[in-house]
Write a protein that binds this ligand. Structure first.
Ligand code: UT7
Length: 340
């Protein structure tokens, strides 16, 4: 196998967990909020329902059960975790970091950590950072957490966006591996000129919160859906092909591609550009909507639990999001399918 300049210590995923709030918002509910229809939402986005947090729920409350589940699946106690990377654009607050809040909440008292902001690509950026920390030998293990409560940034009167998002968390544990290949390679990109198409302008040092920023709605997410749609489809497909081919594989060797879940039509466009069948690509947007940093680890957890990916399978994770940020990670799945 060609190793592309990455450190030599082999690192892989040894545990997974997820959590979504109990509250479900269906398309029919949304029909009562804005002028839309279940039919429009299903055909234009693939979403049927999404889980949303009760008002006042911080990201750390959604992340804590997912972290506990991932630790349990690996058989680790919270004290045994060395490092926590929380990827989110909806942290509990600016500071302290949600990683610190979470460390306290789950009792991971020997861990240090930080938050990482790469919007929908947060999880794959965090996985790459976690990989490097374990590969370098500086930590024994990492909990990489993809969590967002994006419904807190949604303008509920705007039908272009309130239909798209849900809340949730997925977490993986990364550790050195004695055998197998774990994470084989990753390619990450950023293009800051894309910020104009996908952003939230208010609340930071550029536009500190004030009555004026509230009146202008700067605390809401903004996206130019059409612009993002086009570039997301081509970028995810092209970076997937690049990471597959530069490691000596063909796209047909990949058992499952787990793309960021922003729109079913984007996922279908990715499959078409790669020349693969829909079955080779994971889709769960129908049940969760776009959970931002959580889409990929939730998909990975469900695929592992259901046996959709099995020990020895090659898997690609790919994402596109605010920044712009995008990338792909190639890995060989090393866990047995859980029994029962
Ligand atoms: O994860 C972060 C990255 N984000 C993304 O990747 C999102 C990418 N973009 C998208 O998923 C799609 O662009 C959207 C789902 C946001 C919008 O779908 P679209 O097919 O691009 O629709 P559109 O914005 O072109 O709107 C088409 C029509 C418009 O009506 P007119 O002007 O043709 O009369 C909209 O006003 O559909 C209308 N429309 C709706 N109608 C019913 C927009 N939203 C709705 C709605 N219900 N919820």
């Amino acid at each position: 196998m060609v190793k592309r300049g990455l450190p030599v210590r082999t690192v892989g995923i040894t545990g997974t967990g997820m959590y979504v709030p109990d509250r479900i918002l269906t398309n029919t509910h949304l029909e009562q909020l804005v002028e839309t229809s279940d039919e429009w939402i299903r055909t234009r986005t693939g979403i049927r329902e999404r889980h949303i947090a009760s008002p006042g729920t911080p990201a750390s409350d959604i992340a804590a059960p997912a972290v506990r589940a991932a630790l349990k699946s690996r058989g680790l106690s919270p004290e045994e975790i060395d490092h926590i990377i929380v990827t989110t654009v909806t942290p509990d607050m600016f500071f302290p970091s949600t990683a610190c809040v979470l460390q306290d909440k789950v009792g991971a008292r020997n861990a240090w950590g930080y938050d990482l902001s790469a919007a929908c690509s947060g999880f794959i950026f965090g996985l790459a950072a976690g990989y490097q920390a374990v590969a370098s030998g500086s930590v024994r293990n990492v909990a990489v957490v993809g969590v967002d409560v994006l419904t807190t940034l949604v303008e509920w009167t705007n039908r272009n966006q309130c239909i798209l998002f849900g809340d949730g968390c997925g977490t993986v544990i990364l550790e050195p591996m004695d055998e197998g290949e774990g994470i084989i390679d990753f390619i990450l990109h950023a293009d800051g000129s894309g910020a104009q198409y996908l952003h939230m302008l208010g609340g930071g040092s550029l536009n500190p919160p004030s009555h004026a920023t509230l009146d202008k709605g700067l605390h809401y997410l903004y996206q130019d859906g059409k612009a993002v749609f086009k570039i997301a489809s081509t970028s995810m497909a092209d970076v997937t092909m690049e990471v597959v081919e530069r490691n000596g594989f063909a796209i047909g060797d990949i058992s499952l591609i787990i793309p960021h879940q922003a729109n079913l039509r984007i996922i279908e466009a990715v499959a078409k550009r790669l020349g693969i069948e829909r079955e080779q690509v994971l889709v769960n947007i129908d049940r969760y909507g776009n959970t931002t940093a959580a889409t990929i680890p939730i998909g990975l957890h469900e695929a592992a639990l259901s046996g959709r990916i099995k020990k020895g399978d090659l898997v690609v994770l790919t994402s596109f999001g605010g920044g712009y940020t995008w990338g792909a990670i190639l890995l060989r799945w090393e866990l047995d399918t859980p029994q029962g």
